[in-house]
Design a protein around this ligand. Structure first.
Ligand SMILES: *[C@@H]1O[C@H](CO)[C@@H](O)[C@H](O)[C@H]1NC(C)=O
Ligand SMILES: *[C@@H]1O[C@H](CO)[C@@H](O)[C@H](O)[C@H]1NC(C)=O
Ligand SMILES: *[C@@H]1O[C@H](CO)[C@@H](O)[C@H](O)[C@H]1NC(C)=O
Ligand SMILES: *[C@@H]1O[C@H](CO)[C@@H](O)[C@H](O)[C@H]1NC(C)=O
Ligand SMILES: *[C@@H]1O[C@H](CO)[C@@H](O)[C@H](O)[C@H]1NC(C)=O
Ligand SMILES: *[C@@H]1O[C@H](CO)[C@@H](O)[C@H](O)[C@H]1NC(C)=O
Ligand SMILES: *[C@@H]1O[C@H](CO)[C@@H](O)[C@H](O)[C@H]1NC(C)=O
Ligand SMILES: *[C@@H]1O[C@H](CO)[C@@H](O)[C@H](O)[C@H]1NC(C)=O
Length: 386
């Protein structure tokens, strides 16, 4: 199966090597998202009292970490702060993957991204009026590997909640400093029962986070001064790789998700009908012939559907990694292209976030966008099928 040669795994390790050959200890600051809004950011631990964590040897309640990125009117933003792209402990776990390759485990430590950290009371009050979109990371990945992508979508007017997957994400770091390191990737062996259990857990995590974000006091913890909870009867869900499978599986199970995007993930588990807006957003190597699970998912999409293929990309193009590589000034040769794809990272990032936004605009707000209806001149790199 496709996904299992393309897990977080090897290509990222090679990438770390490339990055390490160029980094000094100078701090890297990722570009500011340039949409209509500035972006606020907060993180929270959420505990689902109704579920025992199926992976916790002590059978505790399922607890996870999430990040919320939310729009703030630019003129209401009083201060911008540079915060860690990846928190130090998570970065060191990510870095440990690199130690086997004789690379410093500090490799992810000095990367920052800008957020609006002080804003008017009026801006805080209105945060819950923005539509909500959830995001799920790839197998073994951390939600923080997609911070720039989430921030970009927030800048265009969505509240975006990215969700870690305890025991699957390479580490989940809680506010009290406690950690849940991910299981060895080989634990996720591709068998139906192992993958279905993980998929069901991820889907339940997403449904739980959605419900929590409808709760006023939960949202006020995340955004002090917010007037109420988010509107959770119409939300979007997108994800990368196994997180993409998670997003579409969530649509199969919960009609509050009115639109979902699978970014380059095979589908798993019991594939059933999707009546909401569903999108498969792929690299050229990943298609219905080569991956029958996609054909099966497509055949079950009974509502509005699109297959988008982004030319000259690879699996990790659908993450922040290409942007990191470009911002670090890594010379882009064939080896690097094999890891991040051939498109210029600014271009691939801009196309991916533009199409994600267009799909959410359509699914959540009924706004049409010609780019979803055909091969428009502005985006020759994207092939659209319906
Ligand atoms: C490509 O660039 C990377 C990083 O600069 C370097 O380590 C690698 O050797 C280069 N590969 C080729 C084939 O030139
Ligand atoms: C790491 O460094 C050691 C000592 O220099 C060397 O023996 C080993 O081959 C290196 N490993 C890799 C993966 O480069
Ligand atoms: C993960 O599992 C593989 C295969 O069983 C093994 O070779 C590897 O050492 C394990 N890694 C860790 C960190 O335990
Ligand atoms: C909202 O969340 C708070 C704090 O977690 C909790 O005490 C309260 O019962 C929740 N309200 C509802 C309606 O679920
Ligand atoms: C898959 O879903 C269908 C329809 O809901 C159901 O009839 C079937 O039993 C499910 N199969 C498994 C293996 O869960
Ligand atoms: C599907 O992808 C495979 C490689 O993964 C490729 O060989 C094949 O030509 C592709 N098919 C189509 C219709 O693009
Ligand atoms: C916003 O940033 C993207 C890259 O992420 C770039 O392609 C686009 O041109 C920028 N737009 C403006 C208005 O600067
Ligand atoms: C697709 O990418 C290839 C390079 O891999 C390029 O030669 C070709 O022109 C691109 N096609 C489009 C439509 O952008």
């Amino acid at each position: 199966m496709y996904t299992f040669t393309n897990k977080l795994g090897l290509s990222s390790l090679i990438l770390l090597h490339l990055i390490s050959s160029l980094t000094s200890n100078a701090q890297l600051i990722l570009p500011s998202p340039n949409g209509t809004y500035a972006v606020g950011h907060s993180v929270a631990k959420m505990v689902d009292e109704s579920r025992v964590d199926p992976y916790d040897p002590k059978e505790g309640k399922r607890a996870l970490m999430m990040s919320l990125f939310y729009p703030v009117e630019r003129k209401a933003c009083e201060e911008t702060c540079q915060i860690d792209w990846m928190s130090p402990v998570t970065a060191s776990y990510g870095g440990q993957l690199a130690v086997a390759y004789n690379i410093s485990d500090a490799i992810f430590q000095n990367i920052k991204f800008p957020v609006c950290c002080k804003y008017s009371d009026e801006a805080a009050e209105t945060v819950p009026s923005f539509p909500l979109v959830l995001f799920s990371p790839g197998l073994g990945g951390s939600r923080q590997m997609y911070n720039a992508m989430a921030s970009s979508l927030a800048s265009s007017g969505y509240a975006v909640a990215t969700i870690d997957v305890p025991y699957d994400s390479f580490v989940v770091e809680f506010p009290d400093g406690s950690l849940i390191p991910g299981k060895n990737l080989s634990y996720w062996d591709g068998s139906f029962s192992v993958m279905k259990k993980l998929l069901d857990t991820r889907v339940d995590d997403g449904r739980f986070v959605l419900s929590q974000l409808g709760n006023t006091s939960v949202v006020q913890e995340l955004v002090p001064g917010a007037s109420c909870g988010f509107f959770t009867k119409r939300a979007g869900f997108f994800g990368h790789s196994y997180g993409g499978a998670t997003a579409l599986a969530a649509l199969m199970k919960d009609r509050r998700f009115v639109g979902g995007i699978d970014m380059d993930g095979s589908l798993w588990g019991n594939i059933t009908d999707i009546h909401q807006a569903g999108v498969i957003f792929n690299t050229p190597m990943h298609n219905f012939t080569q991956d029958p699970s996609l054909q099966e998912g497509w055949d079950h999409m009974k509502g509005w559907r699109r297959e988008l293929t982004l030319n000259d990309t690879v699996h990790l193009t659908f993450s922040d990694i290409p942007l990191l590589v470009k911002s670090l000034g890594v010379p882009i040769n064939d080896t690097v292209r094999g890891i991040i794809g051939g498109l210029d990272p600014d271009r691939s990032f801009s196309i991916i976030t533009t199409f994600v936004r267009a799909v959410m605009d359509y699914a959540l707000q009924g706004k049409d966008n010609a780019i979803l209806d055909g091969n428009t001149a502005a985006y020759p790199e994207v092939e659209v099928n319906s």
